[in-house]
Design a protein around this ligand. Sequence first.
Ligand SMILES: Nc1nc2c(ncn2[C@@H]2O[C@H](COP(=O)(O)OP(=O)(O)OP(=O)(O)O)[C@@H](O)[C@H]2O)c(=O)[nH]1
Ligand SMILES: *[C@@H]1O[C@H](CO)[C@@H](O)[C@H](O)[C@H]1NC(C)=O
Ligand SMILES: *[C@@H]1O[C@H](CO)[C@@H](O)[C@H](O)[C@H]1NC(C)=O
Length: 415
Amino acid sequence: PITLRMSNASEGFTPWPPVSYPATGRACGTYLLYDVNPPEGFNLRRDVYVRIASLLKTLLKNENWVLVLPPWGRLYHWQSPDILQVRIPWSSFFDLPSLNRNIPVIEYEQFLAESGGPFIEQIYVLQGYAEGWKEGTWEEKIDERPCIDQLMYSRDKHEYYRGWFWGYEETRGLNVSCLSVQGSASIVAPILLKNTSAQSVMLDRAENLLHDHYGGKDYWNTRRSMVFAKHLRVVGDEFRNKYLQSTDEADRTHYKEDWTQMKVKMGTALGGPYLGVHLRRKDFVWGHREDVPSLQGAVKKIRSLLEMHKLEKVFVATDAVEEEVELLKQLLPEMVRFEPSWEELELYKDGGLAVIDQWICAHARYFIGTSVSTFSFRIHEEREILGFDPKTTYNRFCGEKEKNCEQPTHWKIVY
Ligand SMILES: Nc1nc2c(ncn2[C@@H]2O[C@H](COP(=O)(O)OP(=O)(O)OP(=O)(O)O)[C@@H](O)[C@H]2O)c(=O)[nH]1
Ligand SMILES: *[C@@H]1O[C@H](CO)[C@@H](O)[C@H](O)[C@H]1NC(C)=O
Ligand SMILES: *[C@@H]1O[C@H](CO)[C@@H](O)[C@H](O)[C@H]1NC(C)=O
């Protein structure tokens, strides 16, 4: 049985749980689980959460469902030793009570504890249509179809399905089948409500679902509920204070612990007296992309921004390899970075360090990021929530050879 979590109702916010649930055959809540294609990174996964949350909201209009948060781990970009990087609960990076003010969520460990064992009754692997679609004939659809790719699940001697399951080897699936899907997240709702009676259903390859309404009110409610874990925000705030003369008081970036109570007028936030920079490197550079600058090009732009905005400090978040960081230090000796000790890496993990970097960039007076990096996009959103003037947020570096350097789209927050 799931425990009901209370939330405060406030203006424009649908309380969860609703006062009463429509009658269903199910005595208690059904568990929805999901996973994402292994190569996808931390910040795209955060976007998939938003899509799944909107599916869950659709389900909740009919039945009592709860979302089981997929543990973090073994992400392609995360470089520290594997032992640190599996079975990581969401509470390591996000504030669970805040998530719960949007939709009912539980950690995987809690699912194990309350569902009676490591069993997932039904797994649907989402995929496209083998035949693709002809131009101009887009329609939303979902059908049970033979699996196109080789299944990432294999059967054990008891006929159970074994798979990655976020590093929880003891977890077993009872049934796996494939669904071809073309459409937004809530297209799966009728299947979950009508075609299966399983008490725990997992959607694998959930990135195949599109947003119900990207940039709409539901999108922003879910996004706002993804409040970073307090301990990481504290680390970021202490760093801002100590190295960047940045405090919420002076910067006008007050944060309300209850996101449903936070509604800042655009342009209210001033930001700390520093330039925030996200320089995505690694695979963005290896691919020789035209929209990514050389380090020399990036530093030139940074210097001109410092001058234009009369700032002396620059905070740089980057995934650059060691040699590039060394070169960057020569080109930009005054740059400030959050360089974790081994203990800090162990404590916060790669995901936590990404959060700290994003938090500090989100509080800068002016921010510039990297073209089409989901890491930069998540910073845009954080700044939108804090109430920054969009001119100070939606900026990106241009490649030296780029002819038409289009700047990022402003996705205005909706309350
Ligand atoms: N700490 C830190 N980590 C970074 C930074 N840039 C990239 N990374 C790491 O590299 C990963 C980048 O990939 P993500 O942003 O998660 O993944 P993605 O969805 O592929 O995102 P992009 O490739 O940036 O569009 C992040 O998860 C971080 O672990 C940075 O500035 N600071
Ligand atoms: C769900 O059930 C309906 C009605 O029985 C059926 O027409 C449909 O094909 C099923 N869909 C899937 C994806 O199984
Ligand atoms: C497995 O799930 C599929 C899709 O819901 C269903 O058609 C099939 O009968 C199930 N198999 C078993 C053994 O329950």
